[in-house]
Design a protein around this ligand. Structure first.
Ligand code: URA
Length: 219
């Protein structure tokens, strides 16, 4: 059994599941896309009830993910902030507006890509996510990636990169170079919140996004 599968089964067991209906999943490979959407939605319902870490006590709501369930391109950020916690959607605050602009500059829309975070609940006062929180939440983003099957993942900032790869990369050294997660190409880049503080780094992000566009055949 893969570690990802084991983690997911442990998560479901901890959430009180005693039986799994696998009929929809078995059919998913050859069935229309609605089957896949349901499964992604199912996972969203599990996430919405999650109490696996202490962030469950302080969140307003779980911020699961948004966008095209069959997206070729997935953006993975860190954790919801205040606006996201209130609205239930990732990247809707100031950093989110900048991400939306980056997506538009790539000749795409938010509806065409999928956007999620490695942490689904807001850390109080927007503090950094803690290791136990990243560990508890990791099965969700891994499973979202498995279900969406993007061709490219862009990780935004250090925590997304480190949580997904399990490695202690420095973001300035890692950005702009292709990595891999479970057979999917990963492009690490700076977090939009960093760009708000350091506008000079926008040109680096644009360089990274041009590599992503080339990989996806966007001209
Ligand atoms: N920053 C993130 O990493 N994610 C969000 O959803 C919003 C801000």
């Amino acid at each position: 059994m893969t570690n990802v599968l084991r983690e997911e089964l442990e998560l479901l067991r901890d959430l009180g599941y005693t039986h799994l209906d696998l009929t929809a999943r078995q059919a998913a490979g050859s069935e229309p896309r609605e089957e896949m959407n349901e499964t992604l939605d199912d996972l969203g319902r599990i996430a919405a009830a999650c109490t696996q870490c202490k962030l469950a006590k302080t969140r307003t709501q779980v911020v699961y993910g948004v966008g095209n369930p069959n997206a070729d391109l997935m953006f993975v950020g860190e954790a919801p902030g205040r606006d996201e916690d209130l609205q239930g959607e990732p990247f809707v605050g100031r950093a989110g507006q900048l991400l939306t602009d980056i997506i538009k500059a790539m000749k795409l829309t938010r509806d065409q890509v999928y956007i999620a975070n490695v942490i689904k609940c807001r850390p109080p006062e927007n503090r950094n996510p803690e290791p136990d929180e990243l560990d508890a939440c990791r099965p969700f983003i891994r499973r979202q990636i498995e279900l969406i099957k993007p061709r490219v993942i862009v990780t935004l900032g250090r925590f997304a990169l480190q949580s997904l790869t399990g490695r202690d990369y420095s973001i300035s050294a890692a950005r702009g170079r292709w990595l891999e997660h479970e057979g999917v190409k990963v492009m690490p880049t700076y977090h939009p919140a960093y760009l708000l503080r350091t506008p000079a780094a926008k040109k680096d992000v644009w360089q990274d996004m041009k590599l992503v566009m080339a990989e996806l055949g966007i001209t």
